[in-house]
Design a protein around this ligand. Structure first.
Ligand code: PGA
Length: 261
């Protein structure tokens, strides 16, 4: 088994679980995940962050948010600033999720601004990129991935990139039960790493965590996480089931440092 340290497993709860349910699910997840060798984070909705934060106090599991504003404060009705997220104990923030791009019109320049705001507040952004089914059919996957990377990351320094993870999430695989094959996932993630090499340098490219997301579950996690270019997972549906999510974290833990245990 190859050595590939530093797995990151992130649960994206999307618009599910208000504070009471979120607390109960967190308690279950903390119990099920137990001591983990990989980094694990869960991302509840804004309204449940404070409740979950309290619940995670003595646990190795970290807290993430599903978005953040690009501004520090002010007249931006409905938005939540990076500093507010920090205040409730958030470490990670998902940015540029395809559901935000698709349903809420978030484009590359807004995502780039949000990424900078998050970094400025000391949050760790997870930048989501990925092609639609149509783009894949038209062989536009790589073009799209590099455009999304450029759009969000150009102008940042290698030091900034150290704090950013990239999630490759083919839109056609999200919530559909239609997982990318290990070949498709590996090819796209390897391509993303090569783009980072071109945009930044070898150390940055090799040190960046690239996650796969899109119908990852307890059954397929091990195979996907074993791919050379994949350093973790962004998990939607399966992160709402404590047992399944813990199984995925356990698969990553087994691969961590190349030890099977
Ligand atoms: P899924 O969602 O695991 O339900 O496909 C992944 C995501 O949207 O981050």
């Amino acid at each position: 088994m190859k050595t590939k340290p530093g797995y990151l497993i992130v649960g994206n709860w999307k618009m599910n679980k208000g504070p009471a349910e979120a607390k109960a699910l967190t308690a279950d997840i903390v119990r099920a995940v137990g001591d983990t060798r990989c980094t694990v984070a869960i991302c509840p909705s804004f309204i449940s962050l404070a409740a979950v934060s309290g619940q995670l106090k003595d646990s190795p599991i970290l807290l993430g948010a599903q978005n953040c504003a690009e501004k520090e404060s002010g007249a931006y009705t409905g938005e939540v600033s990076p500093a507010m997220l920090k205040e409730v104990g958030v470490s990670y923030v998902i940015l540029g999720h395809s559901e935000r791009r698709q349903h809420y019109g978030e484009g590359d320049s807004l995502i780039a601004a949000r990424l900078r705001g998050a970094l400025g507040a000391g949050l760790l952004p997870i930048l989501c990129i990925g092609e639609s089914e149509q783009q894949r059919e038209k062989n536009l996957t790589e073009q799209l991935l590099s455009a999304q990377l450029e759009g969000a990351l150009s102008g940042l320094t290698a030091a900034d990139i150290k704090n950013i993870a990239i999630a490759y999430e083919p839109v056609w695989a999200i919530g559909t039960g239609k997982t990318a094959t290990t070949e498709q996932a590996e090819q796209a993630c390897a391509y993303i790493r090569e783009q980072l090499r071109l945009m930044f340098d070898d150390i940055t490219a090799d040190g960046t965590k690239i996650l796969y997301g899109g119908s990852m579950n307890a059954e397929n996690a091990s195979a996907l996480l074993s791919c050379q270019s994949i350093n973790g997972g962004l998990i939607g549906g399966a992160s709402l089931k404590s047992y399944d999510f813990a199984e995925i974290a356990a698969a990553a833990s087994r691969l961590e440092n190349g030890h099977a245990y």
